[in-house]
Design a protein around this ligand. Structure first.
Ligand SMILES: Nc1ncnc2c1ncn2[C@@H]1O[C@H](COP(=O)(O)OP(=O)(O)O)[C@@H](O)[C@H]1O
Ligand SMILES: Nc1ccn([C@@H]2O[C@H](COP(=O)(O)OP(=O)(O)O)[C@@H](O)[C@H]2O)c(=O)n1
Length: 671
């Protein structure tokens, strides 16, 4: 997951390959609650790992359920209709799928068994209405108090003074959020133990019916057969009891699929994009996004648990659609509208106003930012594609879906934008709510023109602070990091292990060409060995300095370095990054510091690692290396003509990082 302040998504051209979706948030949290309420163990496979499921898991644990995780699976031992913990303070973040059903379940449980519970979340959660659900629960005798503003969390739930009653005449509004009805359906089987059935009537036209359909299907998997009279009346039979299905697999998230269906609908590339985890058989309403994408021109095939999508008509056909049944995925349609020939209109989206943010306002502002003409009403949005695309820094309002759907704006070339533009996503971490690795998944299937993938190079003499600066800058930008010195050091280590003479250029080049080198999160691997520590040895650095003077060795190591040039961008440090390996780099920094400073830094660095060192010999050695690097016939170390010269002798590390980031920012269209 990217936890940077912003992520610049370069102009993207095509998609291909396979993407596996994380589990559905809606299914995950429903299944977790049901598993928590029934007796015995339920093993849930494919559960979404995200902020919203995490708060639900923590709440269940706090309420006395046993939660065990093993790999991708989670095993829940439920409370079986009892209430082992009678008091709890539950923080539910911004997870509506946890707040609503837990309110209902705890209100009913506390009414039957007694107890005192507090439910609260982040500030935005305290602005999301829950009054209709509370009214319905109060009407059957539950005790729920508002701690602050009436109608909104935080809530306090307590014992019911006169028990539950009027179970046969429960009323709930259905026209604001279907989550209130879902919450009641999930919780009310608990109220039927006394021998009465529970009958719910919906006031107003029920929105998001497919979500309620999903609730009913999942209840059935847990042994609860709800009788339904259209979408207006629901009856839970007397003495209903949750029965664990023992094992259950969560479908991939259909809303998450929408970003990839959308990408494949607009991106070039003859191959289809395969999406696994959700298919045309899905129980999720947002799978209807497939029909909308087809109507706009996408070619979609699919079966049970898979989809294959390719571009059909482009520009897309504009769409005029009532989105009541796919409120979440409809946001993706709003961005796809940028790729249509004419104005698209999405209606029936009043519920957008009470989601993670006011999504109608948010989408309108951000679509305009990149050049679209947008008109909104209380429950609709109309989007006309940009006459001229602009590079936008998209605010995400702590709303995962805003972040994900605007990533599609990076395909602006496919809409004819010239030049094609990157898109900046502010606070990309918000995707953690439902799809923590969304951007990694996107970069795994999307391709960009090499010239569009930005590179920042940092060259300079030994111990000038290149590695330190490069890794800090890469971390701030969310870019890949190439420590090219480590590549030369790995070749030196391999040569030393194989006993190859440091002057035998052909043998060294042969060895370098066959180097089995892998840089991973788990370290640097040479063949089967983790060599991170060995590479830092001074003797290996010294040998690297010598063998790096051989032209054929340099050539043999070129491909390993070029392979780091991947989405979303690269920071590369070395001697010839800006001059030879990445001459098209957008920013080339040449970092220097006085020899005395550098010797001192290297000395401290070695001592802090517990390696003994002598400052005079270090200085002599680094001056010898400088001389060799500067005088060799190929790729001598020198600044590129267009390099930014930075002498950091008197700068702190933070100051150097800030200076380089400022120079970088000035070279982006967001500067
Ligand atoms: N601007 C700076 N001011 C002070 N010390 C620095 C600065 N930049 C780097 N250092 C320190 O100097 C040492 C050598 O830096 P390093 O990044 O390993 O250099 P290089 O990659 O150029 O060989 C490190 O211990 C680092 O913390
Ligand atoms: N792009 C590069 C990177 C390193 N090198 C060589 O590889 C050696 C080891 O690189 P490094 O950056 O890890 O080492 P230091 O000299 O900074 O300790 C350097 O001394 C350079 O001679 C190179 O020639 N070209």
């Amino acid at each position: 997951m990217y936890t940077t302040r912003f992520l610049d998504v370069p102009p993207l051209d095509s998609v291909a390959g396979t993407v596996r979706l994380p589990g559905s948030k809606s299914i995950s949290n429903r299944v977790l609650l049901l598993a928590g309420l029934c007796e015995g163990e339920t093993v849930i496979d494919g559960l979404l790992a995200s902020d919203d499921t995490e708060v639900m898991l923590q709440a269940l644990a706090a309420l006395g359920c046993t939660v065990e995780r093993s790999g991708e699976a989670v095993c829940i031992r439920g409370i079986g209709g009892e209430l082992p913990v009678r008091e709890a303070d539950l923080f539910l973040g911004n997870a509506g799928t946890a707040m609503r059903p837990l309110t209902a379940a705890l209100a009913v449980l506390a009414a039957v068994h007694g107890g005192a519970f507090r439910l609260h979340g982040v500030a935005r959660m305290h602005e999301r209405p829950i009054g209709d659900l509370v009214d319905a629960l109060r009407a059957i005798g539950c005790r729920i108090d508002y701690e602050a503003a009436p109608g909104y969390p935080p809530l306090r739930i307590g014992a019911a003074p006169s028990g539950l009653h009027a179970l046969d005449a429960i009323r709930v509004r259905g026209d604001v959020s279907s989550q209130f009805l879902t919450a009641l359906l999930l919780a009310l089987p608990l109220a039927t133990a006394g021998g009465s059935s529970a009958r719910i009537s919906v006031d107003g036209e029920l929105i998001s019916k497919p979500y309620v359909g999903m609730t009913l299907q999942l209840l059935e998997r847990f042994g609860i057969a709800v009788e339904r009279d259209g979408w207006q009346r629901f009856t839970i039979p007397a003495n209903s009891q949750y029965r664990s299905p023992r094992t259950l697999r969560v479908e991939g998230d259909a809303s998450s699929a929408s970003y990839f269906i959308g990408a494949a609908a607009i991106a070039a590339g003859g191959q289809p994009l395969r999406i696994e985890g959700v298919g045309l058989d899905s129980m999720q309403g947002d799978i209807r996004f497939v029909d909308a994408a087809r109507a706009m021109g996408a070619q979609v095939d699919g079966g049970a648990g898979w989809l294959e999508v390719r571009r059909g008509t482009l520009p897309l056909r504009p769409i005029d659609l009532d989105c009541k049944h796919l409120p979440d995925a409809a946001m993706t349609l709003a961005v796809l509208a940028l790729f249509a020939e004419g104005t698209s209109r999405l209606t029936g989206i009043a519920s957008w106003r009470v989601k993670e943010t006011d999504r109608i306002a948010a989408m309108a502002t951000e679509l305009r930012r990149i050049g679209a003409a947008v008109e909104t009403t209380d429950d609709s949005i109309a989007i006309t594609p940009p006459a001229e695309w602009r590079a936008g820094a998209i605010k995400t309002y702590d709303d995962h879906r805003v972040a994900m759907c605007f990533a599609l704006a990076a395909f602006s070339r496919c809409a004819g934008a010239a030049p094609a533009l990157p898109v900046r996503i502010l606070d990309p971490r918000c995707v953690g709510k439902t799809f923590p690795d969304f951007f990694e998944a996107l970069f795994g299937v999307a391709a960009a023109r090499p010239d569009d993938i930005p590179v920042l190079t940092i060259d300079g003499p030994t111990a000038s602070g290149k590695g330190t600066l490069a890794s800090a800058v890469a971390a701030r930008l969310g870019y890949h990091l190439l420590d090219s010195g480590a590549v030369y050091r790995a070749a030196a280590l391999a040569a030393s292990r194989a006993g190859v003479d440091r002057d035998d250029e052909p043998a060294l080049a042969d060895l370098a060409a066959r180097l089995d080198l892998r840089f991973g999160a788990d370290g640097v691997w040479l063949g089967g060995d983790e060599v991170g520590e060995s590479l830092r040895l001074e003797a290996i650095g010294s040998l690297a300095s010598r063998i790096s003077a051989w032209p054929r060795v340099r050539r043999a190591l070129l491909d390993i370095q070029l392979a780091f040039h991947r989405l979303p961008g690269l920071v590369a440090d070395g001697r010839d990054m800006g001059t030879v390996v990445f001459p098209v780099a957008r920013l080339k920094v040449f970092l220097t510091a006085s020899a005395a400073q550098r010797a001192e830094r290297r000395y401290r660095q070695l001592i802090s690692r517990g390696i003994s060192a002598n400052i005079d010999s270090l200085r002599a050695d680094l001056e010898a290396r400088d001389a060799r690097d500067q005088s060799r016939s190929v790729s001598p170390s020198r600044p590129a003509p267009d390099a930014l010269l930075l002498d950091n002798s008197a700068l702190s590390i933070e100051d150097s990082v800030e200076q380089v980031l400022a120079a970088w920012q000035a070279r982006t269209p967001f500067g």
